[in-house]
Design a protein around this ligand. Structure first.
Ligand SMILES: C[S@@+](CC[C@H](N)C(=O)[O-])C[C@H]1O[C@@H](n2cnc3c(N)ncnc32)[C@H](O)[C@@H]1O
Length: 273
């Protein structure tokens, strides 16, 4: 049976869009019908359903399928050292602003707030490890969170295709990575710095702590203006004064000064008060 659905009714699109918005903040306009069809056809097949009406009945009654739907609707594209300027800013930030405090015992805390399969987290770990090479007792914690638990599993396993090796400068690869079973992973000193937990950015955050740097890149593009602005406000509050937030190349924080932030580079803001 060929059960590829090419059409979705206005009603089904409305139900799917509303649930996506309520659960994850993802905003799907009417123009996204083709994307919804192409991303969700696989979910229909896996659930042996023949049309989107039946799929709407399922997601209204089944929380697990709602999560699968969100995972299918979002893109997980990422890469090691993606938008590399942010890792240069992070390196400068630690070296120029926080190194003394860290050497005096403060834990360096970095948050990758929509980490997908973990590349951003491991890139940050390699970056700060290089800066703090001469401070072996430095305490470092890099938290990766995402709404998509399948991606978090990949992040924790930390086994990457050799194809991705080319995004990592060779001297860093040699210093921090290990080839394993036709793939590569990270040395223990890097794996020990990272933690991964599920977290929905539009729901409550189960920790109170502040961070020296936050990466929140290429996720707010899915949200509407109100959800984005609330997110920037909440993230700004989680930065130490002097800390920096890095956002995606097509994202922007309007009126950063109202949040105590000042632009400090490409898609980067420093908390100044
Ligand atoms: C394009 S990836 C970005 C990965 C990485 N930050 C980067 O820029 O390379 C977007 C990620 O946002 C996650 N996401 C979407 N909605 C979310 C939400 N409400 N809370 C947390 N993560 C979310 C998706 O699961 C996906 O892994």
């Amino acid at each position: 049976m060929n059960n590829k659905n090419e059409k979705i009714s206005h009603r089904s699109l409305g139900i799917i869009s509303q649930i996506a918005y309520d659960v994850s903040g993802i905003f799907l306009s009417d123009k996204k019908a083709d994307l919804v069809i192409s991303r969700l056809n696989k979910r229909l097949r896996e659930n042996k359903l023949s049309n989107f009406e039946e799929y709407c009945d399922l997601i209204q009654s089944n929380a697990t399928e709602r999560s699968q739907m969100i995972a299918a609707l979002t893109t997980n594209v990422t890469a090691f050292y993606r938008e590399v300027h942010h890792f240069n800013y992070l390196s400068r930030l630690v070296e120029e602003k926080f190194i003394r405090r860290i050497q005096d015992g403060e834990e360096l805390r970095i948050w990758s707030a929509a980490c997908s399969s973990g590349e951003e987290v491991y890139s940050a770990a390699m970056t700060v490890s290089e800066v703090l090479m001469g401070s072996p007792s430095a305490k470092i914690k890099i938290l990766g969170t995402d709404i998509d638990t399948n991606m978090l599993k990949k992040s924790k396993i930390a086994l990457y295709d050799l194809e991705e090796k080319k995004s990592i400068p060779l001297e860093k690869f040699n210093k921090f990575c290990l080839e394993k079973e036709g793939a590569f992973t990270f040395k223990r000193e890097i794996l020990e710095l990272v933690r991964f937990n599920p977290l929905n950015l539009i729901a409550g955050w189960p920790f109170e702590s502040k961070f020296h740097a936050i990466f929140c890149r290429n996720v707010a593009i899915y949200f509407d203006k109100l959800t984005r602005e609330k997110l920037w406000f909440r993230l700004a509050q989680r930065l130490h004064v002097g800390g920096e937030i890095y956002i995606g190349h097509s994202e922007r924080i309007s009126n950063p000064e109202l949040l105590g932030l000042r632009p400090v580079g490409l898609n980067s803001y420093k908390r100044v008060k």
